[in-house]
Design a protein around this ligand. Structure first.
Ligand SMILES: Nc1ncnc2c1ncn2[C@@H]1O[C@H](COP(=O)(O)OP(=O)(O)O)[C@@H](O)[C@H]1O
Ligand SMILES: [Mg+2]
Length: 249
């Protein structure tokens, strides 16, 4: 599991994380909701060690990762798959090569045949086996996200982090991604953190939902508890209202 305590991060003039406490339990899909600019991506970057906090602790299965060197972080990062906002594919490579790249980067001595096998298998998982030779630029937004997901799963991660996996997609395509996230959790037993401001997506994929605002977790509950809550912030977020304790930026 992931245990985050007192995480603080200042970026420019903003105190983005303000003593954030959060647990991600083994095997669950945790959804982190929050308005744009509230620090959701910053939180994910801390979990995989791409950003260093000013204060606080992050333990991955008991191991403190705050303060580790880049070299010490490598074996930790290998346990994570990340689907970046916008999928972050390389347009000069084919879809298959993009997925293969994630394996080569980790240089775990996979031979070529094994890399090929995994590329095909991962693309099958996301329903894109026919797209292996295409360039990402020719794909729709939803397909690009699916390639990003295939790449995130390249190295059999124990943890998968999703940054806005459905943002910018039409509702039907968004549901394809939601079902894939659900399916991966069931089949691969990964522990997932899904960052989003899409409340419908949250209800579909989450075992537990938290609301991030002003650098801290302001609400924590199951999807059912979330639906029924009278917490003013969570209600405002669910209803998408400009009136309430959450200030529009
Ligand atoms: N590398 C950075 N340098 C300076 N400010 C940053 C950086 N990354 C994020 N921020 C700021 O931190 C805040 C939170 O950003 P982010 O985590 O991307 O929000 P979101 O919840 O939309 O993912 C924003 O105000 C953003 O401008
Ligand atoms: Mg973000």
């Amino acid at each position: 599991m992931i245990e985050i305590r007192g995480l603080a991060k200042r970026l420019g003039r903003r105190q983005v994380l303000q003593g954030l406490d959060l647990d991600v339990r083994a095997g669950e899909t945790l959804v982190v909701l929050g308005p744009s600019g509230t620090g959701k991506s910053v939180l994910l970057k801390h979990i995989i060690g791409l950003m260093k906090p000013d204060a606080g602790s992050i333990r991955i299965d008991g191991e403190e990762i705050v303060g580790l060197s880049e070299e010490q972080l490598n074996p930790v990062r290998r346990r994570f798959g990340m689907l970046f906002q916008g999928a972050a594919l390389l347009d000069s490579l084919t879809v298959g090569e993009n997925v293969a790249l994630a394996m080569q980067e980790h240089a775990r001595g996979l031979d070529e045949a094994e890399v090929r096998r995994r590329v095909i298998e991962r693309l099958e998982w996301v329903g894109l086996q026919a797209a292996a030779a295409l360039k990402p630029a020719s794909l729709s937004g939803g397909m690009r996200k699916r390639v990003g997901l295939a790449r995130a799963l390249a190295m059999d991660p124990e943890y998968v982090l999703y940054d806005e996996p459905t943002t910018g997609l039409d509702p039907i395509t968004a549901d394809v991604i939601n079902q894939l996230i659900r399916g991966m959790q069931k089949q691969l037993h990964v522990t997932s953190v899904v960052v989003t401001h899409d409340i419908k997506s949250a209800y579909t994929v989450a075992d537990r939902i938290v609301l991030l605002y002003q650098g801290r977790v302001m609400f924590d509950g199951t999807p059912e508890e979330t639906r029924r809550t009278d917490d003013a912030m969570m209600r405002q977020f669910i209803e998408g209202s400009s009136q309430g304790p959450i200030q529009p930026v």
